[in-house]
Design a protein around this ligand. Structure first.
Ligand SMILES: Nc1ncnc2c1ncn2[C@@H]1O[C@H](COP(=O)(O)OP(=O)(O)OP(=O)(O)O)[C@@H](O)[C@H]1O
Ligand SMILES: [Mg+2]
Length: 333
């Protein structure tokens, strides 16, 4: 049996804006999303801010009703059998909310174990196992207010697992977590999946998705734009060269100029501390190096490196494709 089946899911939000003359505005957050997740699979949802990832997860975990379409978790319909669905799932949203600051980690877990109906006899052992799993054994009597972000995230995961869910939804678990803590978190997540828990994960860290996910759906503008293993997604940009320029002060206008260079297939800029990283994808052999430098006339340029296409490059290509085409076809595999 499949762990998750989403079929033509849609969700429109209606909200009121304006005070003097209130108006109803509609946002089509999710516009027909279809995918399956197998039991024990680690499935990633990637996409830019506002793509519809959290909305999709909230429909799957019964926090939001779909406007149309259906979804099942282990065969249970999320709209008609929400109680049966909730019994099988756990979820963790990134960020700081949802824990009791003045309580110790242990008391937090005891409290939530009561709430989730974990039997009294089972509680102690279960909490002990989970503290071990997320690496908090020995720190469990400290108050959460003294916990670092990474420790909180791990405690959140333990909370989400108390009732032994078969599916765990992780919405940006590594947000704001330092690289070492993030690595520990990835180990924890990989361990869960290896032990048979189905995991649906969203993240903005491509390396994390590449390392962890069996399959990935890239979602933008409420639609799935690509779906496949990290390898099949990367193959889309396998015939490209990638140059990375360390730059200072590149704006949209300069970026547009770079994109117009013959042979350039995509360009994106990302803040890296005080500098920026400008990534330029081009047709293999197009050698746009000199022309990019000319286009950047006046901008300070540091190191330039050439590298193999990564999942991030594939992601950028897919999302750029989705935003430049007016009504792109849905791509599924
Ligand atoms: N409660 C709400 N009311 C109105 N609009 C909403 C609501 N929640 C989300 N939206 C809108 O729906 C769209 C999708 O939002 P969603 O939170 O699902 O995106 P996301 O992919 O999770 O983004 P992010 O990466 O920033 O978390 C956005 O345009 C957002 O503004
Ligand atoms: Mg979100």
């Amino acid at each position: 049996m499949l762990a998750i089946e989403a079929d033509a899911l849609r969700r429109t939000y209606t909200s009121r804006t304006g005070w003097l003359r209130p108006r109803r505005t509609e946002t089509e957050a999710v516009r027909g999303v279809t995918f399956d997740v197998a039991r024990g699979e680690l499935f990633g949802l990637l996409g830019p801010n506002g793509a519809g990832k959290t909305t999709t997860i909230k429909m799957l975990n019964t926090l939001l009703l779909p406007t149309s379409g259906t979804a099942r978790v282990f065969g249970h319909d999320v709209a008609r059998e929400p109680v049966a669905v909730r019994r099988r799932i756990g979820y963790v949203f990134g960020g700081d909310r949802g824990l009791y600051e003045r309580l110790s980690a242990l008391d937090n877990l005891r409290y939530f174990a009561e709430l989730y109906g974990v039997g009294a006899r089972d509680q102690k052992r279960r909490i002990g196992e989970l503290l071990d799993l997320v690496g908090l054994t020995g720190r469990e009597r400290e108050r959460v207010e003294g916990y670092s972000r990474g420790m909180r995230q791990r405690l959140h995961i333990a909370r989400g697992l108390l009732h032994r869910p078969d599916v765990l939804f992780l919405d940006e678990p590594s947000i704001g977590v330092d690289p070492v803590a993030a690595r520990d978190l990835r180990r924890t997540v990989a361990g869960l999946a290896a032990a048979g828990t189905t995991v649906l994960l969203t993240t903005h860290y491509m390396a994390e998705a590449d390392e962890l996910c069996d399959r990935i759906a890239v979602i933008a503008g409420g639609r799935i734009r690509a779906l496949g293993t990290p390898e099949t997604l990367k193959a889309r940009v396998g015939d490209r060269d990638v140059l990375e320029f360390e730059v200072y002060g590149v704006d949209e206008e300069l970026l547009a100029r770079v994109r117009r260079i013959p042979g350039v297939r995509g360009a994106a800029v990302e803040e890296r501390g005080t500098a920026q990283a400008l990534t330029v994808q081009s047709d293999r052999g197009a050698e746009p190096h000199a022309r990019v430098l000319a286009a950047l006339d006046g901008v300070r340029v540091g190191r330039v490196v050439s590298r193999e296409p990564s999942l991030e490059d594939a992601y950028i290509a897919i999302v750029e494709d989705a935003t430049t085409r007016r009504e792109p076809a849905e791509v599924t595999a």
